[in-house]
Ligand binder design. Sequence first.
Ligand code: KIV
Length: 262
Amino acid sequence: MTVPDLQKCKRDGRKITVVTAYDALFARIVEQAGIDVILVGDSLGVVVQGKPNTLSVTMEEMLYHTRLVAAAAQRSLVIGDMPFLSYQVSQEEAVRNAGRFLQVGAHAVKLEGGAAVADRVTAMAKVGIPVIGHLGMMPQSVQQYGGYRVQGKGKDRAHQLLEDARALEAAGAAGIVLEAIPAGLAKTVTEALTIPTIGIGAGPHCDGQVLVLYDLLGLFDEFVPKFVKPYGQLKVDALQALRRYKDEVEKGVFPSDSESYH
Ligand code: KIV
């Protein structure tokens, strides 16, 4: 999958599948399942690092995980998520940091914000860096919201979000993630744009869907938003396996003859 392929998916009406991954092992599994795009999300701050939000994730950490995923992925498009303060401070810093993601193997970067970051998107696009925008509930603004809340409700906010989406498209964005907004608004935005929308908690009308891998697999259960559908129960499986292992070691059942060298 390439960035132009994303646009073709929208034109052809083929839904785009996106999942996060943070390491080579899961990147290979995600790719083996035929997922189109791997997002190395700054959600790793929560699901990998155990932090309450994504704000403390650094460029160096994102580059480390992006390098692992990009080296493992053969066919999927790899998107590196720009962490808090890596693109907000100045345009020059934003372009340099975005470029570093491409240098470690990402095919595109993602950043949060609408009209306010449009100049960053244009500057990146000008030097050949494909950019995916992110509107609606933007986790890097969690302190401003006072918690993770649905966005774009009410006429004025919906209008603002549509204008932000248009600003990102005009700035040269290659796609937009829409997070936690009413399904009707996501439909309006999707129909108004020529670039694909990728929804997470944005209903069924987006051009594609994204989920955090550990949510999808049922591995992360500390906070499960309404929009998450766990397709697996890996935490349950892991607990069962670990408890059996402990039990068998304690009882002297493991290792048995077949797990021993002679
Ligand atoms: O960081 C992330 O994983 C994301 C997705 C939830 C869209 O931004």
